[in-house]
Design a protein around this ligand. Structure first.
Ligand code: ADP
Length: 256
């Protein structure tokens, strides 16, 4: 079953399109990674699926509905978006941040939280091994801790489709691997995942399919072995690459 569909999609912020002729279908339970240089359109594509932007032409569908036209609450029960950096302007505690993930289940913005909401918040924080931060101020956490709390917020939102924008950006290897393991767990639970990755080898490790973007277009897509050729990588990133076989997975490992 197709859960996310982009057909012949163009998008322009101002005049020149930054996404052009995008055709992409993602099935339920698939893990798809977007890779490509800075500015190639990965974040913009995620924002179209998240309903934050509407296509200039073509159609974006999530479960057969247009995210840009859906009621926000209805969309937020289906799609969760972990953006690159969550930066609340007010000194919120972690529990308050994660509780906002429950807003789509409330009848109004001022409705009070109930036991179920607090239970979901605790479950979500436990899942990312961050329950101990419950009462801490979000702004005082490290980058890795913040990222885990941002993921917990989306878990409290409890959506079948998850979008991530560079989920391992600014994380040291230990924290990056923790985030990858959480993403793998979410995929194993049957959720559909679409993520942008800066680190190509992370995409290889987790994805069913890789979508390689260049200048707003899909340059190549498919399994890692097919997409990550030396020629494709060098054309897209404009630098020299070496590829070796990772003996532990049998998958390509990219060196640059
Ligand atoms: P990526 O995620 O691959 O780095 P983006 O989707 O962020 O790429 O950006 C694609 C293009 O759109 C870039 O040329 C970028 O400068 C431009 N762009 C991104 N956001 C805006 C914006 N809010 N207004 C105008 N141009 C933007």
């Amino acid at each position: 079953m197709v859960e996310i569909s982009l057909r012949n999609v163009d998008f322009a912020y101002v005049k020149d399109p930054v996404l052009r002729s995008i055709d992409l279908q993602i099935n339920k339970g698939e893990f798809v990674s977007l890779i490509g240089p800075n500015g190639s359109g990965k974040t913009t594509l995620l924002k179209l699926v998240a309903g934050l932007l509407k296509p200039t032409c073509g159609t974006v569908l999530v479960r057969g509905m247009e995210p840009g036209r859906m009621r926000k609450r209805q969309l937020a029960r289906i799609v969760g978006f972990v953006t690159e950096d969550l930066n609340p302007i007010y000194p919120f505690q972690v529990k308050q941040i994660v509780l906002t993930g429950r807003l789509p289940y409330k009848s109004s913005f001022f409705a009070s939280w109930d036991e179920l909401d607090f239970q979901k918040v605790k479950e979500a924080l436990a899942k990312v091994d961050a329950l101990e931060y419950l009462d801490r101020y979000f702004g005082q956490l490290s980058a890795g801790e913040k990222k885990r709390v941002s993921i917990a917020r989306i878990l409290a939102q409890d959506t079948p489709i998850l979008l991530f924008d560079e989920p391992t950006a600014h994380l040291d290897p230990g924290h990056a691997v923790e985030v990858l393991e959480i993403m793998k767990k979410l995929h194993d639970e049957g959720r559909t995942i679409l993520t942008a990755f800066h680190e190509i080898n992370f995409a290889v490790r987790l994805s069913d399919r890789i979508v390689m973007m260049k200048e707003g277009k899909i340059f190549a897509e498919g399994k890692a072995e097919k997409v990550l050729t030396k020629e494709n990588l060098e054309q897209v990133y404009n630098t020299r690459f070496r590829l070796v076989n990772d003996p532990s997975t049998g998958l390509p490992y990219v060196i640059y």
